[in-house]
Structures are given as structure tokens and as C-alpha cells.
Design a protein. Structure first.
Length: 132
């Protein structure tokens, strides 16, 4: 079961029939992310396998999964925002149990992302599941 923040996205997507509107929503979510400080954009936080530049800083606190991220591509920032709503705040022990592919599939993303974006999304999910 996804977190409440992700369920809100699923509900919002259900009201948007046009994929242009859904893309706009994802991009706006990405724009609303707290910026990642330049000091955290280092090789250790860079996600390989993405066509664009992507950094994920994973820093669990007291058994709670926390991460921040950013990209130089607007749509990828939006994908990071979706992953943030899916994972951030979960108990660390539950992160590996989340079926991100199935949850994101509820949004219909698989059919609307390019192969490169899908590969990048998969790389981000793998990084999150690995905990860093």
C-alpha cells in the first residue's frame, strides 16, 4: 500500500484525462521540491543510468527513510517528486517491500515515458531500494 501522499497523486491523476495535464502536474510537483544543496551533488549521490543528471541523497533518520533529490530535467524532477511521495517517511524496514513499478503503473507512466526515462526511473528506484 502506498503512502497517503502518493494516493493523493493517484486520485489527482484520475481526474486529469489528458496526458499533457498529467505531465504538467508531474513537472509542477518537481518544481515544488526543496532544492538539493550543491554540496550534495557529488559522485556518491549521482545516479548512473539516467539520460539526465540525477542526484539522490538518502539519509535515514531514526529508522525513517528520508531522501532528497534533483535533476537537470524538469520531468525527471517530477519523477523524483513522485518517488519522494512513495518512499519518504516510510520505516526503513518497509522500503524494500514497496513495489514501485506497480504503484507507478497505477498512474499509467510506463506507457508514457520514453525508454531512456523508464531506464532512469528504474535506476533511481534501485538506488532507493539499496538505501544509498
Amino acid at each position: 500500500m502506498a503512502q497517503a501522499a502518493f494516493e493523493e497523486v493517484v486520485e489527482d491523476f484520475a481526474f486529469l484525462e489528458d496526458w499533457e495535464d498529467r505531465y504538467r502536474m508531474v513537472i509542477e510537483m518537481g518544481k515544488a521540491l526543496e532544492p538539493l544543496p550543491e554540496a550534495l551533488k557529488v559522485p556518491a549521490t549521482k545516479v548512473e543510468g539516467c539520460a539526465s543528471q540525477v542526484w539522490l541523497h538518502i539519509a535515514p533518520e531514526d529508522g525513517v527513510f528520508r531522501f532528497r533529490g534533483c535533476s537537470d530535467a524538469l520531468i525527471v524532477n517530477g519523477l523524483i517528486a513522485l518517488l519522494h511521495r512513495l518512499y519518504d517517511g516510510l520505516p526503513v524496514s518497509e522500503v524494500a517491500q514497496v513495489d514501485a513499478r506497480a504503484e507507478l503503473g497505477r498512474l499509467g507512466l510506463h506507457d508514457h515515458l520514453s525508454a531512456q526515462r523508464s531506464n532512469g526511473l528504474r535506476a533511481m528506484i534501485e538506488r532507493i531500494r539499496a538505501g544509498g
